[in-house]
Design a protein. Structure first.
Length: 217
């Protein structure tokens, strides 16, 4: 890309030397130095005049003869294509890299699932492997990287996790990147009426409970 851009609109020329002359390396070097000095004024000034030497005929090659030029748009598209290929390899939706707003919500979800979580787990495992011995890790010493989400955006999901008795309130706090609370009640498993067993439901309906049982850990 760089070499192609450097050639764009570059002016080149040829100098025809009278026939019947032979050149060894020494003469050829001297001739080239003379030509560079004679016609180098073209590169130093917007208006340049050089003497026409007998036996030397200068012909300038424009961009059309020197080669096909690449437009800025073509280079931009090439760079965008390469960037998109790398993003797809890493699992990143290309429109997030290019700043495109179309289908942004689905692209963010795909980034979280197929890219971000994978690399967070890789980094977390590598840090723990470097900082802790296997014995220390089994004893509970480890580092956990938390990708903090917004509890307001997924409040309903958090409520379901707690109400189903699958997680305690402290465990849900950790999922969102917050510190555990000191209240012992936050470490209890809560099971709402909708998630009760048939036997528990019959007891509650007969007046044996209030419909919201809490089961200690």
């Amino acid at each position: 890309m760089i070499n192609a851009q450097l050639r764009n609109y570059q002016l080149r020329g040829i100098v025809k030397v009278g026939s019947g002359q032979t050149f060894d390396d020494n003469r050829q070097e001297k001739l080239q130095n003379f030509i560079n000095k004679l016609y180098g004024v073209f590169n130093k000034s917007s208006v340049a005049i050089v003497p026409q030497m007998q036996g030397l005929e200068y012909e300038e090659l424009g961009a059309s003869r020197a080669g096909t030029t690449q437009s800025i748009e073509e280079l931009t598209n090439l760079k965008k294509s390469v960037t998109s290929d790398v993003a797809k390899i890493l699992g990143i939706p290309p429109n997030l890299i290019h700043g495109e707003m179309a289908d942004l919500s689905n692209s963010m979800k795909a980034f979280e699932v197929y890219c971000k979580r994978h690399f967070i787990r890789k980094i977390q495992d590598e840090i723990n492997a470097k900082l802790f011995t296997p014995a220390e890790f089994l004893q509970g010493h480890h580092i956990r990287i938390v990708s903090q989400g917004s509890p307001l955006e997924s409040a309903e999901a958090a409520d379901k996790l707690i109400a189903s008795g699958a997680f305690t309130q402290n465990e849900v706090r950790e999922m969102y990147g917050y510190e555990r609370g000191n209240d012992p009640q936050l470490d209890r498993y809560i099971l709402t009426k909708n998630y009760q067993t048939k036997e528990e439901l019959e007891v509650n309906e007969s007046g044996g409970g209030d419909g919201h049982e809490k089961i200690d850990n």
